[in-house]
Design a protein around this ligand. Structure first.
Ligand SMILES: NC(=O)c1ccc[n+]([C@@H]2O[C@H](COP(=O)([O-])OP(=O)(O)OC[C@H]3O[C@@H](n4cnc5c(N)ncnc54)[C@H](O)[C@@H]3O)[C@@H](O)[C@H]2O)c1
Length: 264
């Protein structure tokens, strides 16, 4: 069956940035599939949004497992007959560590979900878009896609996502499919809140890390994702868009060796 509505799949759609994207895309009239391994949390979101008349459903997926991702893509194709948007927001955070001392299994676990999860989804869902000659994919990088952080699995993985976003953009451009990414700064999500609660992140440091001195929320990321998927971005592909409250600008400015001419 082919849906009259545009269809968006959001991996990691049950929580945090993915949940923000589900809410935003649903409010814009898409049918949104919240694809997540946490099916109970996805169900609660679907029930909430369905109650207010939005078109949302859920599918179980483990993005680290290519077979699970393939199955989810087949289910979406079978149920809706179209796919307009893919947002790859499933992912995990990392605690700071030394590369030389870190547990290799922990390293590989981060890569399997964040990096392999992204390419599994881009491959399985991207093939539907390539066949349809239309679509938009938005990957989720991070400020760590650009410079070094003491996150020896997460940071290189997010850097690789940035590069693969460019590769996919070139590969799929001639099929009418645009591929971009968002690169959020620290965002107050359940995953980030858990780091705050564990004493691994300080909310005041997060707030003051960017030029805008604000705490960034999932809806801020979702707004940028929706823009990248919209016709307003029809000439934009291969871009990793910082949604960082000025983090990338502020860090080199504030650490300038010649002195900063004003204080907060
Ligand atoms: N929170 C931040 O500060 C921040 C900053 C930059 C980038 N990001 C990125 O945003 C993405 C989402 O992070 P968040 O903070 O919203 O986290 P979150 O934990 O709130 O949400 C992540 C969701 O992904 C799902 N998920 C995790 N592993 C999965 C798997 N293997 N298969 C399917 N679903 C899976 C979880 O169940 C959860 O619903 C991650 O890629 C993260 O790296 C987060």
């Amino acid at each position: 069956m082919t849906s009259d509505r545009r269809v968006a799949v959001v991996t990691g759609g049950a929580s945090g940035i993915g949940e923000g994207c589900v809410r935003k895309m649903a409010s814009e009239g898409y049918h949104v599939v919240a694809a997540d391994r946490d099916i109970e949390k996805a169900r609660a979101l679907v029930e909430e949004l369905t109650t207010i008349g939005q078109s949302v459903s859920m599918e179980s997926i483990d993005v680290a497992d290519s077979t699970s991702v393939d199955e989810c893509a087949s289910i979406v194709q079978g149920k809706y007959g179209r796919l307009d948007v893919l947002v790859t927001a499933a992912g995990i955070l990392e605690s700071s560590a030394n590369l030389l001392d870190m547990d290799l299994e922990a390293h590989d676990h981060v890569w399997r979900i964040n990096y392999h999860g992204t390419i599994h989804c881009a491959r399985s869902f991207g093939k539907l878009m390539r066949a349809a000659l239309r679509g938009a994919i938005v990957t989720v990088g991070s400020t760590t896609s650009f410079v070094a952080f003491p996150l020896p699995a997460y940071c290189p993985g997010k850097t690789a996502i940035r590069r693969v976003t460019e590769i996919l953009a070139v590969e799929l451009g001639r099929f009418g499919v645009r591929v971009n990414g968002v690169a959020p700064t620290y965002v107050i999500t359940p995953a980030m809140q858990a780091k705050i609660d564990a004493g691994e992140r300080d909310p005041e440091v997060l707030r003051n890390s960017g030029a805008l001195n604000m705490l960034v929320e999932p809806r801020h990321i979702a707004d940028a994702v929706a823009f990248l998927c919209s016709d307003s971005a029809s000439a934009i592909t291969g871009v990793m868009l910082p949604v960082d409250a000025g983090f990338n600008a502020a860090i080199p400015y504030r650490t300038y060796a010649g002195g900063v001419p004003w204080k907060e």
